[in-house]
Design a protein around this ligand. Structure first.
Ligand code: ADP
Ligand code: MG
Length: 394
C-alpha cells in the first residue's frame, strides 16, 4: 500500500503537491476547469491542516521560448484562487532566489504555485527526462512530496517521479480515488464483463485490447476503430478512417477471440464529414467508395444494448462515432443509455470519451469517469505507473 497525504503530520511543513492542472486554454481563457476542480480536495486538506503548500504542475508542451507565453500557469493561479476563495501566490519561476524566498516567506496554510514545470524542458528536457539534479533541487524546496497529478502518473518526469527519490512521499486524494476505481472494476469478479472500444486509433490501443480480451467476456467494437476490423473482414469502408498497419492485428484477434468480439452490422454513413450531407443508415456490406462511416447503425445499437442488458460491469474506451457532430452522436448516446438503464457498473476511460459522456448528458451517471487519458490506458494495459511506483510504501 502506498502512503497517502493522511499518513503525515502537515502542520508547518513545506508540502510540495504535484497536481495536474493541465487544462485547455484558449486566448488566455480556461475552457474547461475540471482538472483544477478535481485537484481541490487535496489542496484544501493541506490548507486545513496548516501546511505551507507549494503547488507544481505542467501545462502543454514547451519546446521553444515563445511557448512560455502560451503556457504560463498565471491564468491557472487566478482560477485556483477563485475556486479556493483564497490568495494563491504565483511565482513566475521554476528555480532561483525569487522562488526560494517566496517559499521561505510562506506561512502555515498559505498556498504558492510555481511556474510550469515544463519550462525546464527548454534547455535539455530536464523535466521530461527526469534530470536528477533538477529533481533534487525541487525536492530541496520542500519537506514532503504529495503526488496528486493522476493524469501525469504515466510520465517518469522530474516533478512526478524524480522528486520523491529525495523526499518522503505520499499520494493525494485524486490519485487514490482513480486507482481505487480502476481496481474496483478490474478486481470485481462479476460477469459478464464487457469492454466497449471505439474512437480513432488502434495503434495506441493494441496492448490494451489484448490485455482486456484476456479478462472480459464480450468486446463490442465501434467508432473509427471498427473500420479496421471491418477492413480485415474485406468490407469496403469507403473514405472512412482506418489503420492500414493494423489490419493483420485485427485479423489475428478476430480469429483468436471470434466468440467474444462483436462488430457493427450496420453504420451511419455520409458523403461528408461535417454533417452537411445526409446521414444514411446502411448495412456494413452496402458502404460505397465515397462514403464516410461516422457512427454505428440502429441494428448495431440494439445488438450492443442486448449484450449490455446481461452485463454486470463494463469499461468504455472510445466513442462509437464522430459524436462532436449531433448527427453522428446517436450511437454513442445509445450505448450510454443502455449502460445507465441496465445499471452496469461502468468505468469510462480516455480523454475524448470522458468529454463525450458530459456532452451527451451522462455526467454523474456512471461508476467512474477517469480524469486521466494516457495514465488510465496504461494502467488498464497492466503497466505500472512511474508516478505511483515512486511513492513510499506504508
Ligand atoms: P480517447 O481520447 O477517449 O482515447 P480517441 O482519441 O481514440 O478516444 O478517439 C476519439 C475521437 O474519435 C473523437 O474525436 C471522435 O470524433 C472520433 N471518432 C469516433 N468514431 C469516428 C469515426 N467513425 N470517424 C471519424 N472519427 C471518429
Ligand atoms: Mg483522444
Amino acid at each position: 500500500m502506498k502512503k497517502t497525504i493522511r499518513d503525515f503530520d502537515l502542520r508547518g511543513k513545506k508540502v510540495i503537491i504535484r497536481c495536474d492542472l493541465n487544462v485547455p486554454i484558449k486566448d488566455g481563457v480556461i475552457t474547461d476547469n475540471n482538472r483544477i476542480v478535481e485537484s481541490l480536495p487535496t489542496i484544501m486538506y493541506a490548507i486545513k491542516n496548516n501546511a505551507r503548500v507549494i503547488l507544481m504542475s505542467h501545462l502543454g508542451r514547451v519546446k521553444e521560448l515563445a511557448d512560455k507565453k502560451l503556457y504560463t500557469l498565471q491564468p491557472i493561479a487566478k482560477e485556483l484562487s477563485n475556486l479556493l476563495n483564497k490568495e494563491v501566490i504565483f511565482v513566475p519561476e521554476t528555480q532561483g532566489k525569487k522562488l526560494e524566498q517566496a517559499i521561505l516567506n510562506l506561512k502555515d496554510g498559505e498556498v504558492l504555485l510555481m511556474e510550469n514545470t515544463r519550462f525546464e524542458d527548454l534547455e535539455g528536457k530536464k523535466e521530461s527526462s527526469c534530470d536528477l539534479e533538477l529533481s533534487k533541487y525541487w525536492a530541496s524546496l520542500g519537506e514532503l512530496f504529495i503526488n496528486d497529478a493522476y493524469g501525469s502518473c504515466h510520465r517518469a518526469h522530474a516533478s512526478v517521479s524524480g522528486i520523491p527519490k529525495y523526499l518522503d512521499s505520499g499520494i493525494g486524494f485524486l490519485v487514490s480515488k482513480e486507482i481505487k476505481a480502476l481496481e474496483g472494476i478490474l478486481n470485481d469478479n462479476t460477469h459478464p464483463f464487457v469492454v466497449i472500444m471505439g474512437g480513432k486509433k488502434i495503434s495506441d490501443k493494441i496492448v490494451l485490447t489484448e490485455n482486456l480480451l484476456k479478462k472480459c467476456d464480450i468486446l463490442l467494437v465501434g467508432g473509427g476503430m471498427s473500420n479496421t476490423y471491418l477492413k480485415a473482414l474485406n468490407y469496403n469502408v469507403g473514405l472512412s478512417i482506418y489503420d492500414p498497419d493494423n489490419i493483420d492485428f485485427c485479423k489475428s484477434i478476430l480469429e483468436k477471440y471470434s466468440d467474444k468480439i462483436f462488430l457493427p452490422i450496420d453504420v451511419v454513413a455520409s458523403k461528408s464529414l461535417d454533417g452537411e450531407k445526409e446521414a444514411i443508415n446502411k448495412d456494413v456490406s452496402l458502404v460505397e467508395d465515397d462514403d464516410y462511416i461516422l457512427d454505428i447503425g440502429e441494428k448495431t445499437r440494439k445488438l450492443f444494448a442486448e449484450k449490455l442488458k446481461e452485463s454486470k460491469r463494463a469499461i468504455v474506451n472510445g466513442p462509437m462515432g464522430l459524436f462532436e457532430i449531433d448527427a453522428f452522436s446517436n450511437g454513442t448516446k445509445a450505448i450510454y443509455e443502455a449502460l445507465d438503464n441496465y445499471k452496469v457498473k461502468t468505468l469510462i476511460g480516455g480523454g475524448d470519451t470522458a468529454f463525450s459522456v458530459n456532452k451527451l448528458g451522462f455526467k454523474n451517471k456512471f461508476y467512474h469517469v477517469s480524469t486521466g487519458g494516457g495514465a488510465t490506458l496504461e494502467y488498464l494495459e497492466g503497466k505500472m505507473l512511474p508516478g505511483i511506483e515512486a511513492i513510499d510504501e506504508k
